[in-house]
Design a protein around this ligand. Structure first.
Ligand code: SF4
Length: 107
């Protein structure tokens, strides 16, 4: 009797550990890497994670109200600090970021 209780407790703990492990793996998967400004394609397009830090001399048409969150190519949710951009697959761009491919979101 005692032995079987101990065994089921052990199985329960093993199951908890396994469940915890999967939750951790899911959490790690859900976290998409942020686009690095130094990434070759990002820097070629003048990407800045903060639209207020864009080089005005290099990009005279840029205005501070142009942000990834207002770009046609951005598909993040309004409340999120970052989200996917179709130009940079597999990475998240900052909602307050900008690059020279910025296109005003329709609507
Ligand atoms: Fe941001 Fe648009 Fe440039 Fe993507 S294309 S990085 S959403 S400004």
């Amino acid at each position: 009797m005692y032995g079987s209780t101990r065994n089921s407790r052990r199985v329960f703990i093993l199951q908890l550990t396994a469940a915890g492990g999967s939750a951790f793996a899911l959490g790690a998967q859900a976290q998409t890497a942020k686009l690095d400004e130094k990434d070759a394609q990002a820097s070629a397009l003048g990407y800045a994670a903060d639209t207020t830090k864009v080089d005005a001399k290099k990009y005279p048409k840029h205005t501070k109200d142009q942000k990834c969150s207002g770009c046609q190519l951005y598909s993040g949710k309004a409340a999120d600090a970052s989200g996917p951009c179709s130009i940079f697959p597999g990475k998240h761009v900052a909602a307050n970021g900008w690059c020279s491919a910025w296109v005003k979101k329709a609507g």
